[in-house]
Design a binder for this molecule. Sequence first.
Ligand code: PEP
Length: 254
Amino acid sequence: MRTKLVAANWKMHLDLSSAIELTQALLDQIKDLPNPPNVILSPGFPLLSVVSDKIKPYSNFKLAAQNFHESVSGAFTGEVSADMLRSVGVTHVIIGHSERRQLFSEGEDRLTAKLHRALEAGLIPIFCIGESLSDREENKTFDRLSAQLEPGILNLSKEAFEKVIIAYEPVWAIGTGKTATPAQAQEVHAWIRQQFHTQWGATTAENCTILYGGSVNASNASELFSCADIDGGLVGGASLKANEFYQILKALPA
Ligand code: PEP
């Protein structure tokens, strides 16, 4: 059975008091819903511990890091390891976000190393893939996605893959206010699931959670989340506003 969820990517936003305030507002709003949605919060590193403490009593809330280093430990000034994250209650980690790929030059080799390290350390990867505007305009969307899936994801064992969450995030839709139409997103999600079907069979493909990310908001979430192969969202900007994020969470099918 596929898990439906919404993950919030807070990026480099919020300080200690605003992170506490936002987390508390979400917990207060959600407590009255008959079917509590599965929520993953991804604060910046210094905020992980305090958000972890706040969400601990709520089993439908999980904690993700936005990044980490692929080595177990060592002389890597300024970096954070998977074990450090585990020790403060982190359960998930975002890997391959387009901002890491573009702004921090993280290529497929590094992302594959992070994928393996996360799985070894017991962190659930939220592995992001997505095409640029020029890829789409040149009809290279599926070539780009194949190139992002093949080195790491498609080489995992079936058991390892079954722990992974995929996020399809067209780069042209991230933080731009331009959302893929439900039809565009569904087409890509179905194609991604088909790759998993080919590799590992129907049950594994059907059970994989594939999130959509790219300017999800309170107005478009319902339509996107009702598509057959879209299992929720990875939400940036709209996750910073408690009321809007709550509306997105309510749009998640039970
Ligand atoms: C993201 O950063 O993963 C994202 C989807 O951002 P936004 O919702 O702001 O487009």
